[in-house]
Design a protein around this ligand. Structure first.
Ligand SMILES: [Ca+2]
Ligand SMILES: [Ca+2]
Length: 68
């Protein structure tokens, strides 16, 4: 879990496969639950995995780091 929107609440990151694609969602913490916020990103490229979540561009919001 990590803070993807910079509100100082840790958010939930989900990865799932559906219909031949792989999807990632960041469910944003409300303090009492994790709100659906759409798909963060998706790909049809096989073998893509998350290798990290970190703020790579310095905007104080964590980013998804993928490898394939
Ligand atoms: Ca957050
Ligand atoms: Ca960032």
């Amino acid at each position: 879990m990590t803070d993807v929107n910079g509100d100082n609440r840790d958010d939930l990151i989900l990865q799932y496969n559906y219909g031949g694609s792989r999807y990632w969602q960041a469910r944003l913490s409300t303090g009492s639950s994790f709100a659906y916020n759409g798909d963060w990103t998706s790909t049809t490229t096989p073998g893509v995995t998350v290798v990290g979540v970190a703020d790579v561009n310095g905007d104080n919001r964590d980013d998804l780091i993928l490898q394939y």
